[in-house]
Write a protein that binds this ligand. Structure first.
Ligand SMILES: *[C@@H]1O[C@H](CO)[C@@H](O)[C@H](O)[C@H]1NC(C)=O
Ligand SMILES: *[C@@H]1O[C@H](CO)[C@@H](O)[C@H](O)[C@H]1NC(C)=O
Ligand SMILES: *[C@@H]1O[C@H](CO)[C@@H](O)[C@H](O)[C@H]1NC(C)=O
Ligand SMILES: *[C@@H]1O[C@H](CO)[C@@H](O)[C@H](O)[C@H]1NC(C)=O
Ligand SMILES: *[C@@H]1O[C@H](CO)[C@@H](O)[C@H](O)[C@H]1NC(C)=O
Ligand SMILES: *[C@@H]1O[C@H](CO)[C@@H](O)[C@H](O)[C@H]1NC(C)=O
Ligand SMILES: *[C@@H]1O[C@H](CO)[C@@H](O)[C@H](O)[C@H]1NC(C)=O
Ligand SMILES: *[C@@H]1O[C@H](CO)[C@@H](O)[C@H](O)[C@H]1NC(C)=O
Ligand SMILES: *[C@@H]1O[C@H](CO)[C@@H](O)[C@H](O)[C@H]1NC(C)=O
Length: 295
């Protein structure tokens, strides 16, 4: 890249200025708006003399013009259909040399390396700034749901199956099964990663192991791009107490939900009672008034 640019530069201007090619990686979530940054920190510019091209740098086959600004105006004549109505420059920042591009509603097909090229036309046309931005797409996985054998059953020595599922994530996840007793990794016996029409993946994995007493198993779903590990734990409880396969967390949530519902219904009940009392009171006093009025 660099040699190519400097060559172009020399051939056009015979001037000795080094053009540094910045490169950035930005991570965006599916459906979000991504800002691809391209900032020129040089002297003041006259928009009329500029051409700014945002293009796809890593795929020459397809249409490559993402956005073009020519003589201070957006020019859509060469823009790829894929980017129509989805790109915006920040008009209030252009005069400060900020040619960053806002790309709306990003999807997997926008995963590319983008290049911003700023050309200035005075006596001659020359490249005054370039920047590259790598756009990576990502979406968080849902909190994994881990299920295992019924916790108070004595299955010591038997083969038991754990299963773990999660979804709505991108890109494909890594799945780890961990024996929390010694933090060792356990190989899954099944791992299904399913792509969906909206571009996200769901994952289902199972683990078969010989049961031991006080098993502590963790299933962890890793999103490499987001550097996110979501985990769910299975902790075998002491015998005779606890009976559900659900995790403590779920039970706690349910408990809180039930509590909240209880409080709300009590408040409503009190409200109704107060209303009824008021109504009865007024009804009685109006009767009283009309009664005394008749006397
Ligand atoms: C993306 O930008 C558009 C237009 O500016 C706005 O309507 C929309 O709410 C933004 N979406 C998100 C997820 O921020
Ligand atoms: C866009 O650029 C082309 C040449 O690159 C030019 O012919 C056309 O008039 C421009 N359109 C607008 C709206 O500026
Ligand atoms: C872009 O927006 C214009 C007007 O809002 C609309 O007529 C046109 O069909 C849109 N183009 C695409 C490719 O969505
Ligand atoms: C965003 O793009 C997806 C396709 O990638 C489309 O289905 C959805 O309607 C778009 N959303 C908005 C708000 O334009
Ligand atoms: C569970 O069963 C095993 C044999 O099947 C037995 O040795 C062990 O004592 C039992 N544990 C409990 C807590 O009942
Ligand atoms: C977990 O690790 C402990 C300690 O090393 C071991 O005794 C136990 O068998 C392991 N559990 C499983 C399910 O592999
Ligand atoms: C996620 O967890 C796995 C297994 O413990 C580990 O190897 C990996 O480094 C973790 N990743 C991050 C981003 O924390
Ligand atoms: C599972 O246990 C680990 C540590 O043992 C903890 O960091 C993590 O938050 C726990 N996950 C859940 C969902 O409780
Ligand atoms: C079972 O739970 C009761 C209270 O709910 C407690 O008193 C008892 O110690 C528990 N037993 C074991 C073995 O954990």
């Amino acid at each position: 890249h660099f040699f190519h640019i400097t060559f172009l530069f020399f051939s056009l201007s015979f001037n000795l200025v080094v053009i540094a090619l910045e490169e950035k990686i930005i991570v965006s979530k599916l459906g979000d708006n991504a800002t691809l940054s391209c900032i020129y920190r040089g002297r003041e510019l006259h928009l009329k003399n500029l051409r700014v091209y945002w293009q796809i740098a890593d795929d020459q086959e397809e249409c490559s013009v993402v956005h073009a600004l020519i003589s201070g105006q957006d020019n859509e004549s060469e823009q790829c259909i894929h980017f129509k109505n989805r790109t915006q420059l920040f008009w209030d920042r252009l005069k400060n040399g900020d040619f960053s591009l806002l790309l709306l509603n990003v999807s997997q097909s926008d995963e590319h390396t983008y290049k911003c090229v700023v050309l200035q036309k005075t006596e001659y046309t020359r490249v005054i700034h370039q920047a590259e931005v790598v756009l990576s797409l990502a979406a968080s996985y849902s909190q994994p749901i881990l299920s295992g054998p019924i916790k108070n059953s004595n299955s010591t020595g038997e083969e038991v199956t754990f299963s773990c599922r999660s979804g709505n994530g991108y890109p494909e996840p890594n799945v780890y099964w961990i024996n929390k007793t010694d933090n060792s990794h356990l190989p899954p016996s099944q791992l299904n990663i399913t792509p969906h029409a909206d571009g996200t993946y769901s994952v289902f994995s199972t683990l078969r192991v010989k049961a031991t007493s006080n098993m502590q198993i963790e299933c962890s779903i890793e999103n490499k791009i987001l550097r996110e590990n979501l985990s769910a734990n299975y902790t075998q409880q002491k015998q005779s107490n606890g009976s559900s396969t659900e995790s403590h967390k779920n039970l706690e949530k349910k408990g809180q939900g039930a509590q909240a519902a209880g409080i709300i219904s009590i408040v409503i009940l009190i409200g109704l009672l107060v209303g009824l009392t008021c109504w009865l009171w007024r009804w009685r006093s109006s009767k009283l008034v009309s009664y005394t009025g008749n006397e």
